[in-house]
Design a protein around this ligand. Structure first.
Ligand SMILES: Cc1cc2nc3c(=O)[nH]c(=O)nc-3n(C[C@H](O)[C@H](O)[C@H](O)COP(=O)(O)OP(=O)(O)OC[C@H]3O[C@@H](n4cnc5c(N)ncnc54)[C@H](O)[C@@H]3O)c2cc1C
Length: 449
């Protein structure tokens, strides 16, 4: 299980590495600060009329629009923007938080308007119910509740992924149209040129991102044409090996691609993300897929030669971006082992000799489909890779403590975690509780919702 350590590999702890700061958070802080400052500048002379509730209700509405714009930008799937968010996988996580915050701020806006109505003595129903009070506001209030309803529906886990995607697109569009409407109505935005300009910038960013993501990505995204070379069927899993039909995609190990199969009638437009499980030095591209639903099961029917569209690469879950970390703990749970397969193969060929502890967590031995491949391909007498197969039905849940004890007294490692969100979050929390700095915990969740 544990291999001999090559002394050269174990020796380096290297310089203290700093993970690239998440510029996405800085962008959010900058955007919110700009919105707030401009709103105050616009309303400074009339502030007393806007207290206690009307002013805050306007401000939270603008915050909501600002965050919604950034949420749309985060998932634009433009490779050029990936460094801003630290990879598409991290951007999706930021999108989730921003989207929720935008929705909650929208509700806060309604609540503050209701409080304002109570304060000035007008009926609360006038500001909450469509067509109850001012008929000109009727449509606005109706659109508001539709947006809130759709937002809530997006959290329904039973919704099929494709429907959930359509819902997301509608929500994004409604947010943008709402902001556009607010910007063109007489009021704070119209009255103050700098604020109006800022809102126009936000609208252009959000609208451009939405257009690219929804309408243009399939045509102008980073598309590579592959064909099926081989299909290896395991128990409930397949390895899909693809050969480039023209130019080959260059990628960093650990990144992921979106795959579409033009031959899948009724599902041609579906794009499914899969981590790359081959090494970038190889010509062929491999993804290893657990067959969980209609698309992944259908992949089993592919025939050699059939065309595959590959969009990518995406994501920041790659050891190449964390080069100064000389000691790495890799934990892949279930299908979360896939990016590590490509990383291992690359690590063996790049003569970097980083010290690696790999943990492959599977429920049963039968589930550990890639155990043999790891044993055969990546481990040898002077390997710099320690490998542990952790069978949770026999050994119980793996814990950060168990891993840290095995590695002790070394504590200057970075950990890369990949698997389902619950597993990744739990392990990351445990490593943080052990005192591992957050920048040394690099995660990828194999789920976008
Ligand atoms: C960054 C990333 C990397 C991934 N890498 C791998 C991998 O290497 N191997 C692997 O087996 N799986 C991987 N997955 C999961 C894989 O994308 C889904 O299992 C697959 O899309 C399910 O499609 P389905 O129609 O067969 O299943 P369904 O039954 O439709 O869905 C099962 C689950 O997959 C999600 N899903 C469905 N369609 C999509 C879609 N178009 N885009 C995103 N999620 C979707 C659903 O939300 C649901 O949670 C990865 C996911 C992400 C986000």
């Amino acid at each position: 299980m544990v291999q001999e350590v090559q002394p050269a590999a174990a020796g380096h702890s290297g310089t203290v590495a700093r993970r690239q700061p998440a510029r996405g958070s800085l962008l959010v802080a900058f955007a919110l600060a700009t919105t707030t400052l401009l709103w105050f500048a616009a309303r400074w002379d009339h502030l007393e009329f806007l207290l206690p509730w009307r002013g805050p209700s306007q401000l939270v509405m603008l915050w909501s629009a600002t965050l919604a714009t950034l949420a749309i930008l985060a998932v634009v799937r433009a490779q050029a923007l990936e460094p801003l968010f630290g990879g598409l996988d991290r951007a999706v996580r930021l999108h989730r938080r921003l989207g929720l915050a935008a929705l909650l701020l929208l509700l806060a806006h309604a609540l503050l308007l209701a409080l304002d109505a109570l304060h000035v003595g007008t009926p609360v129903a006038d500001v909450l119910l469509p067509f109850h009070g001012d008929p000109e506001r009727g449509l606005d209030i109706l659109a508001f509740w539709i947006l809130v309803g759709l937002g809530a529906l997006a959290y329904d886990k039973r919704l099929r992924h494709e429907r959930w995607l359509v819902l997301h697109r509608i929500i994004g569009l409604l947010f943008l149209l709402g902001t556009l409407h607010a910007a063109t109505e007489p009021g704070t935005i119209q009255d103050f040129e700098p604020l109006r300009t800022w809102i126009v910038i936000l609208l252009l960013i959000g609208g451009g991102a939405w257009l690219y993501r929804v309408l243009l990505f399939r045509r102008f995204g980073p598309l590579y044409h592959y064909r099926v070379e081989t299909l290896v069927q395991h128990d409930g899993m397949i390895d899909l090996v693809m050969r480039p039909r023209d130019r080959r995609m260059m990628y960093e190990p650990g990144t992921f691609v979106f795959i579409a199969v033009p031959g899948f009638e009724g599902q041609q437009r579906e794009l499914h993300p899969f981590s790359i499980s081959s090494s970038p030095v190889e010509r062929d591209l491999r993804v290893s897929v657990r067959q969980v639903g209609d698309f992944t099961r259908r992949l089993g029917t592919l025939q050699p030669g059939q065309p595959i569209q590959v969009y990518g690469p995406f994501g920041g879950f790659t050891p190449q971006r964390f080069a100064p970390y000389r000691r790495l703990v890799w934990v892949g749970a279930g299908i979360g082992i896939t990016p590590f397969l490509g990383m291992l193969a690359f690590e063996l060929s790049n003569h970097d000799f980083r010290r690696i502890w790999l943990y492959y967590v599977a429920r049963t031995r039968a589930d550990a489909v890639y155990d043999q491949e790891i044993q055969d391909s990546f481990l040898n007498a002077d390997s710099f890779i320690d490998y542990t197969l952790w069978i949770s039905s026999e050994q119980g849940r793996i814990t950060a403590k168990a891993i840290a004890e095995e590695i002790a007294p070394l504590d200057d490692y970075a950990v890369m975690l990949c698997g389902q969100p619950a597993f990744v979050e739990q392990m990351a929390r445990q490593f943080r509780a052990l005192g591992l700095p957050s920048e040394r915990i690099i995660t990828e969740e194999l789920q976008f919702r």
